[in-house]
Design a protein around this ligand. Sequence first.
Ligand code: ZN
Length: 104
Amino acid sequence: MKDIEPKFRCAACNRGVLNRSVARCLYCGANLPEEVKLAPELIAQREAEHARREEIRARLALRSPVQAESSRINPLDVIDGVEAGIDVIALLGDGISALGDLLS
Ligand SMILES: [Zn+2]
């Protein structure tokens, strides 16, 4: 796997930037250049997605005793998988919406 090379690096310590929603390098605290930082609206979007997932998770937790019997896939496992891929959440947003609609 060569593809784990971070896309952005800190100019001060040359370590990979792990969290672009934070304005500073997590290792040395140097300010990150504008092009590395996520746009504020993108950060807000991620936070909104996270809040929405938490809400869906809470709803699934309430309903799961019924759903677990009627479905072979535990909905909570699906949500956990989505959380593991937090950087692809934008791609999965529509799927989450569909899930939310299904449950509402
Ligand atoms: Zn640094």
